[in-house]
Design a protein around this ligand. Structure first.
Ligand code: IMP
Ligand code: MG
Length: 188
């Protein structure tokens, strides 16, 4: 797997240090609020698992799986809920946990859906942000790292479902996805 990586962008130690820092901030801000952490599957599960273990805070966890119909519909903003929340979030404090904000479309429409259920508050924790690719407004309240416009894998992020188990964030060698037809940024 390592031979498919062009460059390590964020090491495992840097990730752990930052996730711990975010958890301390969140624990401080959410004291006595009993938040619901909402992980966006599949990419956010590693970040969420580490984040909640550093959280010295009473909280619950739930997951959503959210997918676009593909390239054309993604640009028109048509998304489909593959797995909905099991928690009734009305009057609850929701913290959405995402792996990466890229175009912003996923997060934008997910937040609309969550807000329609009238939670007490909604905030976003995102591990990574690629602001240069934004197509619609989307912003993290708690952000790990801003990264350049490169396709990254590891720590939950995949290419064609692989590489999620790498403990660091790495840039994939372009020849790994070259010739596969779909640019990786359009996948999912
Ligand atoms: P957005 O809707 O364009 O903001 O896309 C967000 C989703 O696209 C993320 O939750 C990831 O699943 C996926 N994604 C975007 N950029 C990358 C990347 O560099 N590597 C892996 N997945 C990515
Ligand atoms: Mg994702």
């Amino acid at each position: 797997m390592m031979s498919d990586i062009k460059e390590v962008l964020i090491t495992a130690d840097e990730l752990q240090g930052k996730v711990k820092e975010l958890a301390e901030q969140i624990a401080h801000d959410y004291r006595d609020k009993d938040p619901v952490l909402v992980g966006v599957l599949n990419g956010a599960f590693v970040f969420l698992a580490d984040l909640m273990r550093y959280l010295d805070l009473a909280c619950t966890v739930d997951f959503v799986s959210w997918s676009s119909y593909g390239k054309t519909t993604s640009s028109s903003g048509v998304f489909r809920i593959m797995k909905d929340l099991e928690t009734n979030v009305e009057s609850k404090h929701v913290l959405v946990v995402e792996d990466i904000i890229d175009t912003g479309l996923t997060l934008h429409y997910l937040l609309d859906t969550v807000r329609a259920r009238r939670p007490a508050s909604v905030r976003v924790a995102a591990l990574l942000d690629k602001p240069s690719r934004r197509r619609i407004e989307a912003k993290a309240d708690y952000l790990g790292f801003q990264i350049p416009d490169a396709f990254v894998v590891g720590y939950g992020l995949d290419f064609a479902q692989r590489y999620r188990n790498l403990p660091f964030i790495g840039i994939l060698k372009p020849d790994i996805y070259a010739g596969k037809g779909t640019p990786p940024n359009e996948i999912e």
